[in-house]
Design a protein around this ligand. Structure first.
Ligand SMILES: [Cu+2]
Length: 187
């Protein structure tokens, strides 16, 4: 069997054994399939060592895949046409944080509504939503001028707001009275 390290060093991919019987016996620690021995990550992803049933190789490759996935999550927003960073509104019993915030008129923004409480709430701003431009996905999240937020949920609405002062509140019974109100200033 050729070691995958040697094969990688020559710029090629290693070839796995054709039958399981050719695979390394248990107790034999081979390093050639560990993360550090791979000359590049792409080759590491393609490396089929885990098909041999070697637990450590499988674990190494899983780690690489998780790292690449995380890297993808970090890199992805940079090349996509994204709105400016999210305006995060944390919803709890019984407040919005922040309760006053500013947006820029005509500039797409992701409004991220995070309900951190164990109770349902809503973010109701009929005039604000009615005057804003939204794509179909975001518009579908707004019903009668409000977004419903089930317990421990997060809803993201992307929109381009129109200049003005808007009030928002939670429409659940007595919640506005208990402090769940706020204002959005769009300039
Ligand atoms: Cu509420």
């Amino acid at each position: 069997m050729k070691s995958c390290l040697a094969a990688m060093a020559r710029g090629g991919r290693h070839v796995p054994p054709k039958t399981p019987s050719e695979a390394p016996r248990s107790g034999v620690r081979l390093n050639q399939c560990d993360i550090l021995s791979h000359s590049n990550w792409a080759a590491a992803i393609a490396c089929p060592c885990e098909r041999w049933g070697r637990k450590d190789a499988g674990t190494s490759h899983m780690r690489i895949r998780i790292m690449l996935l995380l890297l993808g999550v970090i890199i992805a927003p940079a090349d996509a046409a994204m709105p400016r960073p999210a305006e995060v509104i944390v919803v709890s019993n019984f407040s919005f944080r922040p309760s006053q915030f500013e947006l820029r008129a005509g500039e797409p923004v992701l409004l991220e509504l995070r309900n951190e409480s164990g109770s349902g709430h809503s973010f109701s701003a009929p005039a604000f939503f009615a005057s804003a431009r939204m794509d179909a996905r975001s518009a579908a999240l707004v019903r009668d001028g409000r977004v419903e937020l089930p317990p421990r949920s997060q809803v993201g609405v992307t929109l381009s707001p129109t200049a003005g002062q808007y009030r928002f509140k939670c429409t659940h019974m007595f919640h506005a009275m208990l402090g769940m109100t706020g204002t959005i200033s769009v300039r």
